[in-house]
Design a protein around this ligand. Structure first.
Ligand code: FAD
Ligand code: DHB
Length: 391
């Protein structure tokens, strides 16, 4: 098989890159190791920055998002049984975010790709990337039990944290920056209208809790738990009781309970691989960097990477100049590090560490109080939450 851009992975990064290239008349092939149902149903991110929503619209993939997504103009911080609303548009010159799940973004992009775009092969596992430093990278892959090779002008690893593309970087070139956090998130989906109209990020001595949503009738909720927690340790009643405790306020706010339809545990890490390019191989999204989920940045960063890469590939095809491909890694990394900083700040402000001291607890509270009492501090949060500009 032969194509211009060989894309490994059909998560948000790979699917959107294929879509952007197709719109610019550049052909690609997407290899995805899992089946379509798996990609369309795994529960992950839920918040799109305004810039991400704009990119999806411009790519012709925003129609259902605009119909079914929920525009949110604020988030609530809860601590010491108090509530503080952050008014996003008022602090950012009108910017907001969109609640529209990653599952839905992927469904929309897959449907468009299968209808209009180049080949998208499910159950096609890339085994390696070969010859990245040469003129014609090769991606050996296994599809439905048969081995084949995808030859391309450029290879792009959109294959997530556990993918193969990163391994093709020479050890002498790679620099890895990493931290794992001493807690994880237990996430649940529940068939109950969200108990609050906007997202609630809560710090409590017992641990962090997050109230989010997927639609006006489906809630998405998270609890801080120890790493390695098994969902079997958390019966539904225990989850509701714990959420109720951590989200409790001094006023008459109440958490509504409903049937829990899904549970999963997500570890939390900060991770950056530098650089994001080696010869004709590029990394995008989780393949290159991971943020802890507290700032809702992971999916949005993946979108920023592929917009930058698509622009650079189109520029090279149209003008013959490799300049933008040459600056791809540095351009993305500037934004990546801002998101890493913000996600780490939000995480460490809102999660009591298991070995945290009383001093740490007071400092977390002081950081929250600073946001609640200083327009400058609150603006800093609102700007980061609604999204950093593309470089
Ligand atoms: P992915 O979505 O991981 O896609 C990579 C794709 O590559 C996958 O489909 C995978 O099957 C495929 N693949 C891997 N190896 C190969 C191979 N060898 N050959 C072919 N295909 C391959 N972010 C938030 O903002 N909020 C959240 O609540 C949140 N929750 C998360 C929960 C979990 C369990 C995880 C893993 C991530 C979560 N994230 C969250 C992060 C967010 O979902 C990611 O940042 C986003 O999915 C990144 O998109 P991506 O396309 O780069 O990678
Ligand atoms: C969701 C996930 C996040 O990490 C976050 O910060 C906000 C919302 C969600 O899955 O809805």
């Amino acid at each position: 098989m032969r194509t211009t851009v060989g894309i490994i992975g059909a998560g948000p990064a790979g699917l959107l890159l294929a879509r952007l290239l197709h719109r610019a008349g550049i052909d690609s092939v997407v290899l995805e190791s899992r089946d379509r149902g798996h990609v369309e149903h795994r529960q992950r991110a839920g918040i799109l920055e305004q810039g991400t929503a704009d990119v999806l619209r411009a790519a012709g993939a925003g129609e259902r998002m605009d119909r079914e997504g929920l525009r949110h103009d604020g988030i609530e911080l809860r601590f010491d049984r108090r509530r503080h609303r952050v008014d996003l548009p008022a602090l950012t010159g009108g910017r907001s975010v969109m609640v529209y799940a990653q599952t839905e973004v992927c469904k929309d992009l897959i449907a468009l790709q299968l209808k209009e775009g180049g080949p998208l092969l499910f159950e096609a596992e890339a085994l390696a990337v070969e010859g990245a430093a040469g003129d014609r990278p090769r991606i050996p892959f296994r599809h439905q039990g048969r081995e084949d090779v995808l030859e391309c002008d450029y290879a792009v690893g959109c294959d997530g944290f556990w993918g193969v593309a990163r391994r093709a970087f020479p050890a002498a070139l790679s620099r890895v920056f990493e931290r794992t956090y001493p807690y994880a998130w237990l996430g649940v989906l529940a068939d109950v209208p969200p108990s609050h109209g906007e997202l609630v990020y809560a710090r409590h001595e017992r641990g962090f809790a997050l109230l989010s949503m997927r639609s006006p009738s489906v809630s998405r909720l998270y609890l801080q738990v120890p790493p390695g927690t098994d969902t079997a340790e958390w019966p539904d009643d225990a989850i509701w009781t714990e959420l109720g405790r951590r989200l409790e306020t001094d006023d008459d706010w109440r958490l509504e309970r409903g049937p829990i339809t899904q549970k999963s545990v997500t570890p939390m890490r900060s991770f950056v691989h530098e650089p994001m390019r080696h010869g004709r191989l590029f990394l995008a999204g989780d393949a290159a960097h991971i943020v802890p989920p507290t700032g809702a940045k992971g999916l949005n960063l993946a979108v920023g990477d592929v917009v930058t890469l698509a622009r650079a590939l189109v520029h090279e095809r149209r003008t013959g100049s490799p300049d933008l491909l040459g600056t791809y890694s540095a351009t993305c990394l500037r934004r990546v590090w801002q998101a890493e900083r913000f996600s780490c700040d939000m995480t460490t402000m809102l999660h009591p560490a298991p070995d945290g001291t009383p001093l740490d607890a007071r400092l977390q509270r002081a950081r929250l109080e600073r946001i609640a009492s200083s327009r400058a501090a609150e603006t800093d949060l609102a700007e980061a939450y609604t999204g950093f500009p593309l470089g």
